[in-house]
Design a protein around this ligand. Structure first.
Ligand code: SF4
Length: 210
């Protein structure tokens, strides 16, 4: 039976399939048209992912993880009801804890804006810490991305995502960029070319509205 640790009722971790997902944060520099946070307090997989007030510290997240049988899961996935890179240093610390306590497959699901969020070459810090990175591409040009995702970084967002992805490809065994299946075929094809230009794998994911 699933066990949930609560901070103000929000799930810090939740199970999906054979993986364990970590709800790192509710912060995000984007305001995507399709963000499921606009209409819901959770997802298909966890009832509530909104932290009321303070988000859990890295130590509280680690205590939650350490209380689980981590070897049961095929992967441990950093994500968020928000963008996990907003807590980049905490996430790297947690990766180190996981590495020190077993051989877990570690993935990060991200919007790829880590270098603008942190102001550093964040992709270099993935080396040895992370097995896979999944980056939402969402659009094929800076203008289309801006129209869809309304990043606070404006037109700088898209090239920064590509720089981060290219860096991740050099430091992480499995790197993919994703788009949703509901996009027009021509835009999916254009995104595929962008993805190939930075050396990442391309993945078309199902759109989840809740
Ligand atoms: S990047 Fe993700 S969390 Fe942030 S607004 Fe877009 S869909 Fe929502």
């Amino acid at each position: 039976m699933e066990r949930k640790c609560k901070v103000e009722s929000a799930s810090i971790t939740y199970e999906y399939g054979t993986g364990l997902y970590i709800n790192m944060t509710n912060q995000c520099p984007n305001n995507c048209n399709f963000c499921l946070r606009k209409n819901s307090s959770g997802s298909l997989y966890a009832e509530n992912l909104w932290y009321q007030g303070k988000e859990p510290s890295k130590e509280e997240i680690w205590a939650e993880l350490a209380g689980r049988e981590l070897n049961r899961y095929t992967e441990i996935v950093f994500c968020g009801y928000g963008e996990p890179a907003c807590r980049w240093d905490d996430m790297m610390w947690l990766c180190d804890q996981l590495r020190a306590h077993g051989s877990h497959f570690i993935r990060i699901n991200t919007n790829g804006l880590a270098e603008l969020i942190t102001g550093k070459r964040a992709s270099l810090e993935l080396d040895g810490r992370v097995d896979a990175v999944s980056i939402s591409l969402n659009a094929s040009t800076p203008e289309k991305y801006d129209k869809l995702c309304h990043s606070k970084f404006g037109l700088e967002a898209f090239p920064a995502i590509l720089r981060f992805t290219a860096g991740a490809v050099l430091n992480v065994p499995h790197v993919r960029m994703t788009v949703v299946s509901t996009m027009p075929k021509e835009e999916i094809d254009a995104c595929r070319k962008v993805c190939e230009s930075v050396g990442a794998d391309f993945y078309i994911r199902e759109y989840i509205s809740k």
